[in-house]
Design a protein around this ligand. Structure first.
Ligand SMILES: Nc1c(NC[C@H](O)[C@H](O)[C@H](O)CO)[nH]c(=O)[nH]c1=O
Ligand SMILES: CC(=O)[C@@H](O)COP(=O)(O)O
Length: 156
């Protein structure tokens, strides 16, 4: 106990509106991330009526859609989930870089917290491990982080 004013986010999703933006690329992985994020939010008090899912083709399309959602005022928080798996060309680097920078920019520009649930892995196995097996679930991680951040922002 530091005996100083401390702001921490409570993991309570009641009365908050969430939008999950999920890419279709590698959807057999992304579906697990969606499930993890939805389950986490419901288990922490969110209602199904307050969770909206938007599907986009790939990670590259996420920032633009996130920007429209954030500016619409229809979401208190956004969770982006996707799986970018390295192929044989540098394409992976560009997709990951632009998606990451774009998502971060939207959050900073709009003030809406965005959970970063994008898997960026070298192998399919690494993605599988992080989509609900021994490496956890990146969708759960992103939902947890955005809920805590939302509650912190509301106290500042
Ligand atoms: N290879 C992956 C992609 N590539 C697609 C891009 O995200 C984008 O949809 C396309 O370039 C058209 O604009 N996307 C992923 O989400 N995951 C991948 O592994
Ligand atoms: C992440 C990607 O864009 C990648 O899956 C594309 O594969 P490749 O580099 O073999 O074209």
């Amino acid at each position: 106990m530091l005996h100083i004013k401390t702001i921490e986010g409570q993991m309570q999703a009641q009365d908050q509106k969430f939008t999950i933006i999920a890419s279709r690329f590698n959807d057999f992985i992304v579906d697990r991330l969606i499930g993890g994020a939805v389950d986490y939010l419901l288990r922490h008090g969110a209602t199904r009526e307050n969770i909206t899912l938007i599907r986009v083709p790939g990670a590259f399309e996420m920032p633009l859609v996130a920007q429209k959602v954030a500016r619409s005022g229809k979401a208190d928080a956004i969770v982006c989930v996707g799986a970018v798996i390295r192929g044989a060309t540098p394409h992976f680097d560009y997709v990951c870089s632009e998606a990451t920078k774009g998502i971060a920019h939207v959050s900073m520009d709009t003030g809406v917290p965005i959970g970063f649930g994008l898997l960026t892995t070298d192998t399919l196995e690494q993605s599988i491990e992080r989509a609900g097996s021994k490496g956890g679930n990146k969708g759960v991680e992103a939902a947890s982080a955005v809920l805590e951040t939302l509650r912190v922002l509301q106290q500042i």
